[in-house]
Design a protein around this ligand. Structure first.
Ligand SMILES: [Mn+2]
Length: 269
C-alpha cells in the first residue's frame, strides 16, 4: 500500500491520469490524497471529480477554489470570467458533487504516517489540536443545512488577525482564510492575503518560516502556492502545488518512500 499526495489538480484530469500511470497507482491497494483545489481554471472538472469520488481510498482537504465552486452552486456568487466550472454546474450530478464536497474536511491528520494535509497552511499560534478544532467549526457549518449562509459570508480579507473572542461569520471567515488562502502571516496570526509571489511583504513571513517547536506539528503537506515551485527549504513543510494549470507541472509525493512524481502540465488551456 502506498499513499500518493497530489498537488492542486484544478481540473487538469489528463495530467492526473498520466501521473497515476507514472506512479503505477493500484486502485485496489493504494491511497490517494489531494491537497485541495481539485477544480477550476482547468478544463476537465467533471472528469476530475468523477474519478476522485469513485476511488476506494481517497482523502481530500478543501481549497479556496473548491469552496468557491460551492458558493457558485449555491447561487450566492456570480462566476468570475476565469472560472471554468460550468461543466459541474450543468452536470446531472451537481447535487451529488456539492454534497460530497461540503462533507470534506479542511485539515486531515494521519498519526500513523506523522503527516497533516491542508490546502494553504498552518498559522504559527495554533498547535495541531487547536487547528483541528478550528477546522471542525467550519466543517460543521458546511455540513449543516444552513451551509449556504456561510458561503455567502465567506468572501473577504477581514478580520486580518485572530482573536479568541471572534464570533459568527468573521470567525469562520478567518479560520477559512488561514487554512485555504494563507501565504504570508505574522507570529500573531495577522494575514496578508494580497501577495502571491515570492517577494515578501514587509513585516510578514511565509507561514512555514514561522512554524514553532511548541506547535509540535507533524510533517505538513500543502498546495495553493504555485510560485514556491515546490521549494520551502523546510523538510517539515512539503509544497505540492507546482502550477500545473498554468502550464508548469503536476506533482505527487509518495509518503511511504518519499518519492516525488512530476509531469508537465499541458499548454495553458
Ligand atoms: Mn488555492
Amino acid at each position: 500500500m502506498r499513499t500518493y499526495v497530489f498537488g492542486d489538480i484544478q481540473g487538469c484530469f489528463d495530467e492526473l491520469d498520466r501521473l497515476l500511470d507514472m506512479a503505477n497507482y493500484d486502485a485496489s491497494v493504494d491511497r490517494l490524497w489531494f491537497v485541495g483545489d481539485l477544480i477550476n481554471r482547468g478544463p476537465k472538472n467533471l472528469e476530475t471529480l468523477n474519478f476522485i469520488m469513485s476511488q476506494r481510498q481517497v482523502t481530500v482537504v478543501l481549497g479556496n477554489h473548491d469552496l468557491h465552486f460551492l458558493a457558485l452552486a449555491s447561487d450566492h456568487r456570480a462566476p468570475h470570467p476565469s472560472d471554468t466550472v460550468s461543466d459541474l454546474l450543468t452536470s446531472s450530478k451537481r447535487t451529488e458533487i456539492v454534497d460530497w464536497l461540503r462533507n470534506q474536511p479542511l485539515i486531515h491528520s494521519d498519526q500513523e504516517s506523522g503527516t497533516v494535509m491542508v490546502h494553504a497552511g498552518i498559522p504559527p499560534m495554533w498547535n495541531l489540536d487547536i487547528c483541528l478544532a478550528r477546522a471542525r467549526e467550519v466543517e460543521a457549518v458546511l455540513q449543516s443545512d444552513d451551509y449556504t449562509t456561510f458561503l455567502k459570508g465567506m468572501y473577504g480579507n477581514e478580520p486580518e488577525e485572530w482573536r479568541d473572542d471572534l464570533k459568527g461569520q468573521g470567525r469562520l471567515r478567518i479560520i477559512t482564510n488561514y487554512f485555504t488562502r494563507m501565504r504570508y502571516v505574522t507570529m500573531n496570526g495577522k494575514l496578508e492575503l494580497t501577495h502571491k509571489g515570492s517577494e515578501v511583504p514587509a513585516g510578514f513571513s511565509p507561514w512555514f518560516d514561522l512554524l514553532q517547536p511548541a506547535q509540535a506539528m507533524p510533517c505538513i503537506l500543502f498546495g495553493h502556492w504555485a510560485a514556491l515551485e515546490g521549494v520551502t527549504n523546510n523538510k517539515s513543510a512539503i509544497a505540492l502545488d507546482t502550477g500545473c494549470v498554468w502550464g508548469r507541472n503536476l506533482t505527487a509525493f509518495c509518503i511511504e518512500d518519499k518519492q516525488i512524481f512530476s509531469t508537465p502540465g499541458d499548454p495553458i488551456k
